[in-house]
Design a protein around this ligand. Structure first.
Ligand code: TYR
Length: 288
């Protein structure tokens, strides 16, 4: 494949950025990859494993001369990072991100970017419960959706170039509006993570069942259901604080339905339970 961006800078070197670095190398669509992480330990690991061509000691140094800059930090840190790199951005460069929330990230980042820089937010729907620069792998994005969120007045060429880039990394791309994105993700990702965290908390608080029993007998459902509860705490704190309205709406609906099921159990309404589970089975079976 031919080069899509001559120079790409990754800010933040966790699971997503490290997977992007591996996938870029596999695809051969990028000339040079520079990287920066706030933690010196992360930078050391990145250097040790040769994650990027250059690991820099400042974000400004990493983005200087880059054609594409991808912000791969927790969503609560995006605004501060954008302010930090803004003076060093090359005119005509594209700035993108991989944040799980779009409206709050756009509001935090856009005001800092100089004119002549293209801002094209994005969100690859891929991940694992692992984090850090060693956790990345080239196949992470294969056949996963990457949602692109063009801005009013976005340069079409910059948008389609970013789409080709994600496709080269193995992803499928779709375009979506920011608020709709945040509602879709609240139901498909954010609320499920919160519910998984809650279930682990419930198990931990239950005195009559030990933690070691929970771990030992987890194959009965707990294991499948709670894998994502091992995810990065900072990342997820920021997701909830920055997608408040949509997650609260979904959680409100969730608790209503949970209470209805709770009532059906209490009054012995087997028909209600059976009908509910029949409907959910059909939906869940549609997901491969
Ligand atoms: N962490 C999720 C998992 O382990 C994946 C994921 C999470 C993907 C957040 C996107 C996202 O925004 O499956």
């Amino acid at each position: 494949m031919s080069i899509i961006y001559e120079r790409v800078a990754l800010i933040g070197l966790g699971l997503i950025a490290s997977s992007m670095a591996h996938a870029m190398r596999r695809a051969g669509v990028v000339g040079e990859i520079s990287g920066y992480a706030r933690s010196a330990e992360t930078r050391d690991v990145a250097r040790e494993i040769g994650l990027c061509d250059r690991v820099c000691d400042s974000a400004a140094e990493a983005v200087a001369g880059a054609d594409l800059v991808v912000l791969c930090v927790p969503v609560g840190a995006m605004g501060a990072v954008a302010a930090e790199i803004a003076p060093a951005l090359k005119p005509g460069a594209t700035v993108s991100d991989v944040g799980s929330v779009k409206r709050a990230v756009i509001d935090a980042v856009a005001p800092h970017l100089p004119e002549g820089v293209h801002f094209v937010p994005a969100h690859p729907l891929a991940g694992t419960e692992h984090s850090g620069p060693r956790s990345g792998f080239a196949e992470l994005f294969d056949n996963r959706w990457c949602l692109i969120v063009p801005q009013e007045g976005s340069d079409r060429a910059a948008v389609t170039r970013l789409e080709s880039y994600w496709q080269a990394l193995g992803a499928l791309t779709d375009e979506m509006e920011a608020d709709h994105h945040d509602l879709v993700l609240a139901v498909t990702s954010h609320a499920p993570h919160l519910i998984a965290y809650t279930m682990v908390g419930v198990a931990d608080d239950l005195r009559r069942v030990t933690d070691s029993e929970v771990i030992k007998y987890s194959a009965a459902g707990f294991r499948d259901f709670t894998r994502i509860a091992a995810s990065d705490p900072t990342m997820w704190r920021d997701v909830f604080l920055n997608n408040k309205d949509a997650t609260l709406e979904i959680l409100g609906r969730f608790t209503e339905e949970l209470f209805a099921l709770q009532r059906a159990i209490r009054i012995g309404d087997g028909d209600h339970l059976h009908a509910y589970f029949t409907r959910t089975r059909a939906i869940r079976r549609g997901i491969i």
